[in-house]
Design a protein around this ligand. Structure first.
Ligand code: 13P
Ligand code: SF4
Length: 353
């Protein structure tokens, strides 16, 4: 639906009043009514870089989810305020790895005699305290656009990787990009004693995958890939690496949201695509590229509910408060967590590529 014109006008006015004091970041999964006000759009890697590159902006309004706003706070100075227009915009995947659970898992690895040779790697989609855990244990953060180079870095430092919290991104990267076997990966289930693994299994494994997943991407199925290939001749299936391994294996192309956008932008007119990522992005791509045939990979998969929490009314509320000198919904990470999380984030940002 079209945005409410009165709210659009209010957002415009508040943004204009704030001028250069304000910088608005928008993740590709945000609603159209919100993304139109973003100064820059991107995947989580690009947005982390953009946040770090804006030392002059007094206010960073993050149109995305909580872990992204936390990362922006870590990467910006204490003088800057990072604002998340709706505090309920969390991420179910990030919630699947709690610090106490990860600390318990580390103890299980230590008891098996493998903690010393394991490098913890966390996907950006995790809370700041999980990033700090990785920073404390000489580990690192990765995103969906650099997971392979980060894993290679990690294997230059240890024999094993504990990959948090997305088992699918971890498995897809280890197997499809680093050439490891499925049998080299084990899944640690935080709800089972000792993660459901024996000490022998932990010693034999190369990648210990945390049992987490994205509640949106995890729902695309192999059947949907087969169906679309049967229905649409010449279709190219393009999916995000948070999808299940069999879906990614059956796809033609796999990559982060930024990769998905570039693949479509550079394709010749008349290309046919079935895209498996968040629906706001797929719909926007379809509208931006009427010269191509773009369909959503699986009709019953829906929007990311928490990304959609950021809507125009919340954005207007945040901007008008900032314009009136009132900082609302500020995301702040405590200094101790920030110090170690920053170390893990910086290791990632310093890697080439
Ligand atoms: P990217 O932004 O890294 O593509 O990740 C997708 C996602 O699920 C963000 O929540
Ligand atoms: Fe989290 Fe998945 Fe939503 Fe991204 S798309 S914010 S990983 S639930």
């Amino acid at each position: 639906p079209a945005s409410d014109p009165a709210l659009v006008e209010r957002a415009r006015r508040a943004k204009a009043a704030l001028g250069d004091r304000l910088f608005v970041l928008g993740h590709h999964y945000q609603r159209d009514e919100v993304i139109q006000f973003a100064d820059v759009t991107g995947d989580s890697f690009k947005l982390a870089r953009e946040a770090a590159a804006r030392p002059d902006a007094e206010y960073i309004v993050f149109c995305g989810v909580h872990f992204m706003a936390e990362s922006a706070d870590i990467l910006t100075s204490d003088r800057q305020a990072v604002v998340l227009p709706d505090l309920a915009a969390g991420c179910s995947m990030a919630d699947m790895a709690r610090l106490a659970q990860v600390e318990d898992a580390w103890d299980v690895l230590a008891d098996a005699g493998v903690a010393d040779v394991t490098v913890p790697v966390t996907y950006m989609n995790s809370s700041a305290d999980i990033k700090a855990f990785c920073g404390r244990h000489d580990g690192v953060v990765c995103t969906s656009s650099n997971a392979a180079s980060v894993l290679r870095w990690a294997f230059g430092r240890g024999e094993k990787v504990l990959f948090l919290p997305d088992q699918h991104l971890g498995r897809n990267t280890a197997v499809l990009e680093l050439g490891l076997g499925l049998e080299d990966c084990v899944v640690y289930d935080p709800h089972l004693p000792d993660g459901g693994l024996t000490a022998e299994e932990l010693r034999a494994a190369t990648v210990i995958l945390w049992k987490g997943h994205c509640s949106v991407h995890g729902r695309f199925t192999l059947d949907a890939v087969h169906d679309v290939r049967a229905r649409v001749p010449g279709v190219q299936v393009l999916v995000h690496p948070e999808c299940q391994h069999d879906v990614v294996l059956a796809a033609d192309l796999v990559g982060s949201t930024e990769f998905i956008i570039k693949a479509v932008e550079h394709a010749p007119a008349g290309s046919r695509w079935a895209i498996g990522t968040e629906l706001n992005l797929v719909q926007r791509l379809a509208r931006a590229h009427p010269e191509q045939e773009i369909t959503f990979l699986e009709q019953h998969v829906c929007y990311c509910a928490t990304m959609n929490r950021i809507d125009l009314p919340h954005l207007v509320w945040a901007l008008e408060n900032l314009a009136a000198g009132q900082v609302v919904n500020q995301i702040t990470v405590d200094p101790e967590t920030e110090r170690f999380a920053l170390a893990a984030l910086q290791r990632m940002l310093e890697l080439p590529g």
